[in-house]
Each structure stands twice: as C-alpha cells, then as structure tokens.
Write a protein that binds this ligand. Structure first.
Ligand code: ADP
Ligand code: MG
Length: 393
C-alpha cells in the first residue's frame, strides 16, 4: 500500500503543477485554489438506485482537477486542457439552464446550483477517461464544487455538495443521473468502498483493501455502445413501477423473494424476472459488505458473478461484448466479474490476482478478436480518496 500512496502523491503534485501552468498560460494570473475529485466504479448494486436499493461504489485513482481564481468583474471564463483552444466567456447573470452550450455546461451547472454570483476563471484538467462509464462528469462537477466551496467559504457539507451537483447535472445539464456518482466522488476514502443507501442517502465506508490481499480490479471498457432504440432503460424502470403499483409497495426495497413468489399470479413473466433482479441484487450488496468485512474475496467474486448473471438473464441489459469480457476474465482465473453501469455496452470489472493482470488482459483481447469486436481498453485501479483541496492561495 505504501508504494501506491507514494506514487499517488507524486502524481498529484505533477498534476497540480500542470494545471497551475495551464491556468496561468490561459488566464494570465495565478489560481487561488486547486481541487481534485475522482471518477468511480460501482462494485455491486446495479439498476437498483431507482428501486431504493443499496450501491457499493469506490473511487478510482484517476481524477479531474479544477483550478479557480476570482475575478474583479462579473465574467466567468472556462477552459479545459481536454478542449484545447477554446475559452468560454459569459457574464455571471447569463448563467441559466436554458443557455445552449457544450461541455462547459457541466461547470456552469455547479456555479448555478451553488448560486455563485461572482466572476471566476475556471481551468479543468481531467484524467478520468471520458464516456467510459467511469463518471468523468461527476469528477468534473465535484472538483469544481469542492474548489468553489472553499474559495467562497460556502460551508456546504459533503452530502449537500452531492445533492447540489446532482441537481446541477439533472436540471442544468439535463442528465437524469442518480446521486451515486457525486456521493462517492466526494465522500470516498482510500482503501474503502462506499455503501450508499439510495432510500435516505445515508452512507458508510467499508474497507476494501484489495492491494494487501494481492488483488486488483481490472476495468474493461468494451468500447461498445449499443443504442437503446428499444427504450431499454425506460422499459426496465416502467416494469419496476408496475410491480410496485400492482403489489402496493413503495419500492422494491420492501419486497422479499418469498413475497415475490407468492405474487407470481398478478405479475407478467417479464415483471416477475425484473423484480427478481432488484430483490436479489439488493441482497447481494449487503452480502458483499459482509464478505468485505470478513475479507472473504472468494465470496465477493461469487457475488459479482451472480450479479452479472442476474443483469444478463433477469434484467436483460447485458450484450455480447460485456458477456465476453466477463467470461474471458473468468476463464483466465478471475475471482469474479460483472458488467457495470446501465448496460448494452460500457464497462465490465473483474476481480483478479494482481499477478494475473497481463494474462487476463490477453484473454479478453483474444476473446474480442475472435468475435471481431472492437478492441477493448483496460484500466486498473485501487479504491482511492474522494475529492480534496490540493492547493490554496
Ligand atoms: P461519463 O461521466 O461516464 O464519463 P458522461 O457522458 O456522463 O460520461 O460525461 C462525459 C462528458 O463530461 C463529456 O462529454 C464532457 O462534456 C464532460 N467532461 C468530462 N470531463 C471533461 C473534461 N476534462 N473536459 C471537458 N469536458 C469534460
Ligand atoms: Mg456521467
């Protein structure tokens, strides 16, 4: 673990100098504050945030940096190291959700939600891969929110910042995301996963020290993005809503397998299996916490496998590329693997022995090549620290 911390501190200081240099080069003065926030991976608890379930995400080491300086006028200027040659400039009073724009809307959404009425220069440097299902959007929002909270002494606690940034992404950017991504990006602790109760948003850290057990999490970005022309996501949510209404419960959280079995007659076959995923997945998250607390990684692997099978067979949100990523990882000796995120493409994770990383990558690459799938991308990450201020003044 020690080498990881040393490496991490080294990377942070390099990134700090880089963003400071970019800020000075772009805006001609020195930033007053630099903050960083990580992307995330959800270990287990998929498609149950909207069913009042539990999720168990952890922060990855890759993070987005935000450097901010106050201005003496009412202008807001925004730039990103990933969007070269463009500085977006507008007046503070122009910031409102109806304003058209592009990626800078993620930054503006935070200024809007936190009601910052002061001119600022904002420089972004993101190292979370964009659009790989690792939540680069929450990393960006939470780095900006953490910097603004400090710079303007707003005094928001982490839960309030999570709600504000989520509101910004929902209402300003227009993406109907849940609260998981922002919560974990803000609250995660190094070497831990965050157990988040989506019903009341309470959370607690659960030790997830893979490194000292010689393990690693391999993230496999399948690079597949099957469009949901059949309204896949909406259909899943609608099925859950129908079950809730037919059984007169508030959410799937109140359902047990026994009650579900007894209600088989009033549900369609599809409603029954969608509900079965929700009920069993909620139970698996709690079982995963028990497994982690007992340092029983073999059991954790079994739960990841069961989660994947449920998402593939009952919830029907997997796809051939995700199944290949999971199957090839398991054939290379992974303790467990599953698709993560909404499905129909995106990423999978595999819990593997660190010494098997290369062999697992090779097995997945071979599997993809044999089916003529687009080549996947690989990332590894240990559970890392949430958002933090890395430089003041
Ligand atoms: P994910 O959050 O899974 O990476 P999203 O589509 O939710 O995917 O968010 C990605 C979007 O967030 C990008 O298309 C871009 O608009 C914005 N974004 C994230 N990081 C940066 C960055 N470093 N610079 C500019 N825009 C960024
Ligand atoms: Mg996102």
């Amino acid at each position: 673990m020690r080498w990881f911390l040393t490496l991490w501190l080294h990377l942070i200081s390099m990134s700090k100098f880089k963003i400071e240099r970019e800020f000075v080069r772009t805006f001609g003065h020195i930033p007053e504050i630099i903050a960083a926030a990580p992307g995330r991976v959800n270990l287990i608890g998929e498609h149950i945030d909207y069913s009042d379930g539990y999720v168990l995400p952890f922060a990855i080491a890759d993070r987005t940096y935000a450097a901010i300086g106050k201005r003496s006028d009412n202008l807001v200027r925004i730039a990103s190291a990933q969007r070269r040659n463009s500085i977006i400039t507008l007046k503070v009073e122009e910031i409102r959700p109806e304003l058209k724009g592009s990626w800078e809307r993620y930054v503006l959404s935070v200024l809007w939600a936190m009601e910052i009425k002061h001119g600022v220069d904002v420089m972004i440097d993101g190292q979370v891969p964009l659009g790989a299902g690792l939540s680069s959007s929450a990393a960006l929002e939470c780095s900006v929110a953490t910097a603004l909270n400090e710079l303007f002494s707003c005094g928001f606690d982490l839960e309030s910042l999570a709600r504000l940034t989520q509101r910004g992404e929902n209402e300003y950017v227009g993406v109907p995301c849940g609260i998981m991504d922002q919560s974990v990006s803000l609250m995660a602790k190094s070497g831990s996963a965050l157990l988040l109760d989506c019903r009341d948003l309470t959370s607690r850290n659960v030790a997830f020290d893979v490194a000292s057990h010689g393990l690693e999490l391999l993230i496999i970005d399948t690079q597949a993005h099957h469009s949901l022309t059949d309204g896949g996501y909406a259909e899943r949510r609608a099925s859950c809503d129908r079950v809730v209404s037919k059984l007169s419960i508030r959410s799937m959280r109140e359902l047990t397998l026994e009650k579900l079995e007894n209600s088989k007659d009033v549900l369609t076959e599809v409603e029954f299996i969608r509900a079965r995923h929700a009920v069993t997945e909620i139970a698996r998250v709690l079982d995963a916490v028990i497994a982690l607390e007992a340092k029983n990684f073999k059991r954790l692997g079994e739960l990841l496998n069961a989660s994947h099978a449920s998402l593939r067979d009952d919830y029907a949100v997997s796809c051939p590329e995700l199944n290949m990523a999971v199957d090839a990882s398991l054939s290379a000796g992974a303790l467990g693997a599953r698709m993560v995120g909404g499905g129909f493409g995106g990423s999978a994770i595999a819990l593997i022995e660190a010494k098997n990383t290369q062999a697992t990558i090779q097995a997945v690459e071979n599997g993809f090549a044999s089916k003529n799938f687009k080549a996947p991308r690989f990332f590894t990450s240990l559970p890392s620290q949430g958002a933090e201020i890395i430089q003041r003044g």
